[in-house]
Design a protein around this ligand. Structure first.
Ligand code: CA
Length: 628
């Protein structure tokens, strides 16, 4: 329960609190600072300190009004609601807390917002995203591997332990990522995760999804300032940055979980248990209330308390935390973890607010659903039965992922083999904007793509060619470019990038290292690396791939042909998923092909006359720029 107390009501209680007066101490004020000039002028300040809840607060600053003071069940919290009007100038003011004869003050700063063409750019289908897990990518600063006072250090022998990767490691290798043709990086969460581990049960929190402080970068990754500097550097190099956020849960050692503001800040695990992970219950017209409640209120795992976003104080806290990071760091987009698990009305309010303040921004929700329909349900403007609008621009395209992996591995049939991809894309009418779907062949939660295609380099390349030429915003997982393998278990799919650690025998960040790695593993790593780089670099300026129409033809003999075209140009993509070279009759593609005489294969650089039939090698992709 939230007890709302107005300033006047609080004043009348003053005589009572006088009797109980004890010196208080302010441990935290969150957000630590704020800005002038937001559309939404309301600002919540969470004040945390010993027995601060019964203090009287006051502010005297032009343009800033203290609208409401809220004390809650736990006397160590006080919530202030300020109106930072458009009359407020950037500057510092003093908040005074008085109780009995004691007076505490806290200086609070309003900054001027920073506007720049390289900040808050959003991301779209013109981008190619490189996803990396900070703990596993590169250890640029071994001095932060162990931080006094933090629970876990580095253990190189234990798969679930931290490995020491950090922001410096990312920053040092931005040029490598850029040279691979990437235009954006998405980092798995960088918040403090100072959690106790239990490797026996796989409970290691190197992954970052159990925050213990949502305003602080984990010091084993670096400082907030280093994080911002790395983002700025990346943006100046022409690469956007996408930050990972989680509002469904935090870690059990989050500071506010250890001293809950009020009982309904989280869902009571003893009542609700853990989630059933069946997010279909959210849109299923026949779902039972019990199943729905378990999905939304159940804890993700025992170490991750489920937040109750229906608590309005928490909802404001979480929304502001996001705005704070966007404004503070300049990030271009957010990937929201477990997007369907929190209350849907909260997620809509959060999304809407961010896009109002930052119209060019983009957000992709991790919508891990089985089907196109249930995935599309989460994209903005979907005609839901309830009238619910998620406002969410981008969704993760798990149905296409599944189709790619199955389609490359199974025998071709009426609806199997590459036809599976054809049929999945054919359901795009369900999406409000399928071009905003984030598409992938693997990520930090999935079997690595090389393992998914049974270590077959030809199938691997087919998948990459498809990913980078079909509709959507492609995402590459770090290490895919060097054919990293690994099954679905957490440590396997999140192994270290070779060359990221001092003393690594092979440095795959270099051409020489990739050659050595290829020889050692007996894999065509340099060739695959260059294959990906060739398409990535070519894709950067290919508006026809970003926004052009997609026209595809029913796969025959497991050959899938599609065109990307606009008024300026046409690209023909041929994916031969069969075990045999074939001659492809071109007459059936005439609605697009007619008038074109020549083609250049961007993968080989070879120019040839468009003839019928076209010879296509087995397990090979062709990306052909057509000319008249
Ligand atoms: Ca380190």
């Amino acid at each position: 329960m939230i007890k709302r107390i107005s300033l006047t009501a609080l004043l009348s209680l003053f005589s009572v609190s006088l009797l109980l007066a004890q010196p208080a101490d302010i441990e935290r004020v969150e957000p630590e600072f704020w800005w002038t000039g937001f559309l939404e002028t309301e600002l919540q300040l969470l004040v945390y300190g010993d027995d601060i809840g019964s203090s009287r607060a006051s502010i005297d600053y032009p343009g800033v009004q203290l609208k409401q003071v809220i004390s809650v069940e736990n006397p160590n919290y006080l919530f202030l609601y300020l109106d930072v009007t458009d009359q407020a100038e950037p500057g510092t003011f003093t908040i005074t807390f008085s109780k009995g004869g004691e007076v505490l003050t806290h200086d609070y700063t309003l900054l001027e917002r920073e506007y720049s063409s390289t900040r808050h750019q959003g991301f779209d289908s013109s981008d190619l995203i490189y996803l990396l897990m900070p703990d596993r990518f590169a250890n640029g600063d071994p001095s932060n591997d162990e931080i006094p006072g933090m629970i876990e250090g580095v253990d190189m022998d234990e798969p679930y332990a931290r490995k020491g990767g950090d922001i410096k490691g990312i920053s040092d290798n931005l040029q490598y990522i850029k040279d691979l043709g990437m235009t954006a990086i998405w980092l798995n969460p960088t918040f403090e995760n100072d959690m106790p581990y239990n490797y026996e049960i796989g409970a290691g929190f190197y992954h970052g999804y159990a925050a213990t402080d949502m305003y602080k970068v984990d010091r084993r990754f670096g400082t907030n300032e280093e994080f911002v500097e790395m983002i700025r550097k990346s943006q100046e190099m022409g690469m956007k940055v996408i930050m990972d956020k989680i509002h469904n849960h935090v870690g059990t050692h989050h500071w506010f979980i250890k001293d809950l503001p009020m009982a309904d800040w989280i869902h009571d695990q003893s009542e609700v248990g853990n989630t059933n992970y069946r997010t279909d219950t959210i849109m299923d017209p026949y779902a039972s209330e019990a199943d729905f409640n378990a999905t939304v209120k159940g804890w993700f795992v025992d170490e991750m308390p489920d937040l109750n976003q229906r608590n309005p104080l928490l909802a404001d806290y979480l929304i502001q935390n996001t705005i704070w990071w966007i404004e503070y760091s300049g990030i271009d987009g957010i990937r929201m973890d477990t997007h369907p698990y929190p209350y849907q009305e909260y997620m809509a309010a959060w999304t809407r607010r961010l896009l109002q303040e930052y119209p060019d921004f983009n957000i992709v929700g991790e919508v891990w659903m089985q089907n196109v329909a249930t995935t599309a349900w989460w994209q903005y403007d979907f005609p839901t039965q309830s009238g619910y609008n998620s406002y969410l621009p981008s969704v993760t395209d798990f149905p296409l992922y599944r189709s790619i992996v199955s389609g490359l591995n199974e025998d071709a049939g009426w609806d199997t083999g590459l036809a599976r991809i054809y049929y999945t894309l054919g359901q795009d009418f369900l999406y409000t904007d399928p071009y905003l779907n984030v598409i992938f062949v693997d990520n930090h939660d999935l079997t690595r793509f090389m393992t998914s295609v049974n270590e077959d380099p030809a199938k691997f390349k087919l998948g990459l060619a498809l990913l980078l030429t079909t509709r959507g915003i492609p995402q590459i997982y770090y290490g895919t470019e060097i054919m990293k393998m690994g099954g679905a278990n957490d440590p396997d799919k999140r192994r270290l990038f070779p060359g990221g650690w001092p003393g690594d025998e092979i440095n795959a960040f270099t051409e020489e290292g990739r050659r050595e790695l290829g020889e050692k593993r007996n894999l065509p790593i340099p060739e695959v690396f260059n294959y990906l780089k060739t398409i990535s670099e070519w894709r950067k300026d290919k508006e026809v791939i970003h926004t052009g129409d997609l026209t595809h033809f029913i796969p025959e003999n497991n050959v899938y042909v599609y065109f990307r075209h606009n008024s300026e140009e046409t690209v023909m993509v041929i994916l031969n998923g069969s075990d045999e070279a074939q001659y492809l009759e071109t007459a059936r593609f005439n609605e697009i092909l007619s008038g074109y005489k020549k083609a250049i294969n961007i993968l080989s650089g070879k120019t040839f006359e468009l003839e019928s039939p076209l010879y296509v090698s087995e397990h090979t992709a062709y990306i052909l720029e057509l000319s008249k």
